[in-house]
Design a binder for this molecule. Structure first.
Ligand code: SF4
Length: 232
């Protein structure tokens, strides 16, 4: 499995914000978000090929029980079931962070699903503008994430650039809710940005939208704490 990086840090996004966690970042993605903050796992996927047993050895050396499998797109990885089984056997709590366009039958304590809105589509790339746009919403896969009994808990994260993006959020939630009801408290809106200034500026109006709608506000704590740096 190609791994871009592994590190022990503070979870900066979602319901488990603030929880010390071991991050396993797989390399490779089937999308190319315009604002991707980990291009070394998507636009220019780098990393080292590691066996599942090497990854489990690293996880065993870290304190705490929370593990986050992220990317890139971890659901692309053929050895994901083997990795998840190994981590479950170690008693770990597993979050899988995914864009929700690909599915594998793996158990997850927390499925962190981040459907991509049109603000993610690169506008000036000869290959990826069209491919990304075609792939970014897979309704069948999103329905499986909404319904699967393999998932203990879910969160639906949206990256927001402008207030008008809420029309697309509502459309996605309305469609996915046909598969299974979505609790507004499981919906997290995050300001797009890779600097403290950008997330704070967008966060000021986005927090108001969350207050009005009953959604969670996700401030991207790791950007505030560390900036957009690898290994955090
Ligand atoms: S899905 Fe995630 S890793 Fe892939 S391009 Fe988008 S932001 Fe980057």
């Amino acid at each position: 499995m190609k791994i871009a990086e592994m590190f022990y840090s503070i979870q900066g996004e979602g319901k488990l914000t603030g929880v010390p966690s071991f991050f396993i970042r797989t390399s490779g993605c089937n999308l190319r978000c315009r604002w991707c903050d980990t291009p070394y796992s998507s636009w220019d996927p780098t990393g080292e090929n590691m066996t599942v047993s090497q990854i489990l050895d690293q996880a065993a050396q870290k304190p705490g029980r929370h593990v986050v499998i992220t990317g890139g797109e971890p659901m692309m990885q053929g050895q994901l079931p083997e990795l998840v089984t190994g981590l479950k056997n170690m008693g770990r709590h597993i979050t899988i962070e995914t864009a929700g366009t690909l599915w594998q039958e793996v158990p997850m304590d927390l499925a962190s699903i981040s459907p991509k809105l049109s603000n993610s589509t690169p506008t000036d790339h000869s290959t990826w503008s069209q491919t990304h746009e075609q792939r970014r919403l897979n309704w069948d896969v999103l329905a499986r994430f909404a319904r699967s009994a393999l998932i203990v808990e879910r969160q639906w994260k949206f990256v927001i650039c402008k207030p008008e993006d809420m029309r697309e959020v509502d459309a996605v939630l309305a469609t996915v809710s046909q598969a299974a009801p979505i609790n507004p408290a499981d919906v997290i809106l995050m300001p797009e940005g890779v600097t403290a200034d950008a997330v704070q500026t967008r966060g000021s109006w986005l927090a108001e939208i969350c207050r009005e709608r009953g959604f969670r506000f996700g401030m991207r704590l790791h950007i505030l704490l560390y900036g957009n740096t690898r290994g955090t």
